[in-house]
Design a protein around this ligand. Structure first.
Ligand SMILES: Nc1nc2c(ncn2[C@@H]2O[C@H](COP(=O)(O)OP(=O)(O)O)[C@@H](O)[C@H]2O)c(=O)[nH]1
Ligand SMILES: [Mg+2]
Length: 390
């Protein structure tokens, strides 16, 4: 028997170091807080008894939470037993003072609980989820979350939830919100308003995705552009739509039609006193020959401060990504998501967030220009995701 000392920033870390060197058969003799003279911080020192008689050291690795944890090996499962025996050992040796004994036992109990939790999390990879988690998992998939994403989210919440298997649906949703928050990106709308310099915005996207509608919605929203002097250049080959003309009359926003490509730069010059100019670029198949070249020519003339890509959420995701891959060549700076009201599968939004990596500028939630628009805020998405799930 030999006594050895190990230190760490916590009791768990010190014991982990000891176990890594001497295997799982160590016996904890004492633990105390000491001052780390180098860093001026408190650290934990443990003394352990090691039996080096047979010279064999059992390999030991600390349990860890991984994305795809491997199956538990028998040696790892043993950890639970080890701590029972450590506690039994201390009790049988009757430490000198009751306080010391109590402190060690408390620390060990806490450590044991932590390790059990981690082991439990690993076991749950194989076991069915508790009912509340299972129901939320099914609900998320029904709302359009891809199976893998929904499973990863729910399992992670399970692993981190303080109540573990006993968490209520509301508590699970609370955990899910934390996870989903990390996945969302929102555009800073103040970037559209500040500065004395004119802001030119180019709106691009597939035909019928809602570009013209969204252009009007942005111009009309009091928290976006309603307080700015806005002009819209319509590049539709059939001229500005009736809706756009009516909007111009109603709102006072200037709408100008671009008939030929070579007049675009003269038009921009004419509008140079407007605070914001939105160029509503007519839809075109992104797969048509020369599409990117044409768009790049536009981009060169317009020299936009922002390029917003418009995508309708009711589109099939594969089609959307094929089109988006072409538009991404223009390096858009924001995403306008439309037809949120026409999709029951709001989970697609999170796939889009992952794949496009663009901040959302606004959501289109219906046909009405002055009403059916939502600001880029998490509450809007959370309401749609969790409606009916709690
Ligand atoms: N339900 C719904 N319809 C929308 C939304 N945005 C646009 N639309 C409709 O989709 C159609 C095409 O919109 P438009 O703005 O002309 O698309 P563009 O070709 O990209 O300019 C029109 O009938 C719009 O009223 C939306 O958020 N929800
Ligand atoms: Mg249009």
């Amino acid at each position: 028997m030999k006594v050895k000392y190990y230190t760490g920033s916590s009791l768990a870390e010190a014991i982990t170091k000891a176990k890594q060197e001497h295997g799982s058969d160590i016996i904890l003799l004492d633990s105390k807080e000491i001052d780390d003279t180098l860093n001026g911080q408190k650290i934990v020192q443990v003394s352990i008894s090691v039996d080096e008689g047979n010279g064999k050291v059992k390999a030991w690795n600390p349990p860890s939470v991984k994305k795809n944890p491997k199956q538990l090996k028998a040696s790892e499962v043993e950890t639970k037993e080890d701590f029972n025996s450590v506690i039994a050992n201390i009790l049988s040796r009757k430490p000198k003072t009751l306080e010391q004994e109590k402190k060690i036992l408390d620390e060990l109990a806490e450590l044991k609980e932590q390790i059990n939790k981690l082991q439990q999390a690993n076991f749950n990879e194989q076991l069915p989820l508790p009912q509340n988690y299972q129901q939320i998992l099914v609900g998320l998939q029904e709302k359009g979350f891809p199976r893998k994403m929904a499973e990863d989210l729910v399992k992670r919440v399970y692993q981190l939830s303080p109540k573990g298997p006993k968490a209520s649906k509301r508590e699970i949703i609370y955990g899910l919100k934390k996870e989903l928050r990390e996945k969302m990106r929102f555009f800073d709308l103040s970037a559209l308003k500040s500065s004395d310099k004119q802001k030119v915005i180019m709106v691009v996207g597939p035909t019928g995705s809602g570009k013209t509608t969204m252009t009007m919605k942005l111009a009309a929203h009091p928290k976006i552009l309603a307080n700015r002097e806005v002009a819209i250049i319509s590049t539709d080959p059939y001229g500005p739509s009736e809706a756009l003309k009516a909007f111009s009359k109603m709102s006072g926003v200037t709408v100008i039609e671009k008939k030929r490509n070579d007049e675009l730069s003269a038009l921009l010059q004419k509008l140079k006193d407007y605070e914001t100019v939105i160029v509503d670029v007519a839809g075109n198949s992104p797969f048509a020959p020369n599409f990117v070249k044409k768009m790049e020519e536009y981009q060169k003339i317009v020299n936009p401060d922002e390029i917003f890509f418009v995508a309708a959420l009711n589109t099939d995701l594969d089609d959307l990504f094929s089109a988006a891959s072409v538009y991404m060549l223009l390096k858009p700076t924001g995403l306008l998501l439309t037809k949120m009201d026409e999709s029951m599968r709001i989970g697609k939004f999170f796939t889009l967030m992952e794949e496009l990596e663009l901040p959302v500028v606004a959501f289109g939630d219906g046909k009405r220009i002055f009403i059916d628009i939502a600001l880029p805020e998490e509450s809007y998405i959370f309401e749609k995701v969790f409606e009916g799930l709690a």
